[in-house]
Design a protein around this ligand. Structure first.
Ligand code: HEC
Length: 237
């Protein structure tokens, strides 16, 4: 029973701390006259990553080699991009790349996801089912055996292969205030990012990807030496 009260007290403390943080957030937002979304955008732009220096579109050859479904509605998406409108309506059949382009460039450019080191190995069947999870784990094991360099700490800035890593990141972004991505869109964006990682970063593409990432990191080091040192220390490179 005493333990029960101890944990209840702890839980209440945590809730109070979060409410207080929320209050402080609200106050600072109104004081600066900026919305939470604007602050997120400022934060994202003030803290660049090497990814940001890379291209913010896929090249034509890559697009040609990918399933067409990812690019459905791309013209409409580019129209929104031209107006810097990241919340505008898009048809229901809009593909994952087109959605990623518009929605995921609300706070930082689409270069951030497109040049990201993240690789998620997909499973087979319906995502989230035990069969999917087991087959994804088996595929990951196979990749580790075939391409150990992807998992080598000295290549941490080039590849980060993780269980559900894109799923986690898409959810993390969706939780940020002002993120316009809904659940249906998030799933399509996730599917695209998983596919893209497996085709542009690993397997036969691994050497070209490493050269691309090494170049971005070198450019980044020259352009933002302080931020480079920070990210290096945080193991975020
Ligand atoms: C509301 C603003 C906002 C939106 C919308 C947003 N992001 Fe971000 N993103 C951020 C901020 C801020 C950071 C840096 C802090 C962090 O990682 O949480 C970031 C960081 C990232 C990173 C870098 C992580 C790393 O450590 O290398 C990736 C990749 C990324 N975002 C992908 C996406 C994707 C994919 C989407 C669309 C589903 C998206 N973002 C939408 C604000 C946003």
């Amino acid at each position: 029973m005493r333990n029960y009260f101890k944990y209840l007290g702890l839980a209440l403390g945590v809730v109070t701390a979060f409410s207080f943080m929320a209050l402080v957030n609200t106050v600072s937002v109104s004081a600066a006259g900026k919305s939470a979304a604007e602050l997120q955008r400022e934060q994202a732009l003030a803290n660049p990553y090497p990814n940001d220096l890379g291209p913010d579109r896929l090249d034509a050859a890559t697009m040609k080699a990918y399933p067409a479904k990812f690019f459905t509605g791309l013209a409409a998406a580019e129209k929104l991009m031209a107006k810097d409108d990241h919340t505008g309506q898009l048809p229901a059949d809009t593909g994952g790349y087109a959605l990623m382009l518009v929605r995921c460039s609300t706070c930082h450019s689409a270069a951030r996801p497109l040049n990201s080191r993240f690789v998620e190995v997909p499973g087979e069947g319906k995502p989230g089912t035990p069969a999917y999870i087991a087959s994804a784990a088996a595929a990951m094991k196979k990749l580790k055996a075939e391409q150990p360099e992807l998992f080598d700490a000295k290549n941490a800035g080039v590849w980060e292969v993780g269980d559900h890593i894109w799923s986690r990141y898409v959810h993390r972004m969706m939780n940020k205030p002002g993120c316009p991505v809904n659940g249906v869109e998030g799933k399509k964006i996730w599917e695209f990012l998983v596919y893209d990682g497996m085709h542009r970063k690993v397997g036969a593409a691994a050497a070209a990807w490493k050269a691309h990432q090494d170049k971005l990191i070198d450019e980044f080091k020259a352009k933002y030496p302080k931020r480079y040192a920070e990210l290096k220390e945080d193991n975020d490179l």
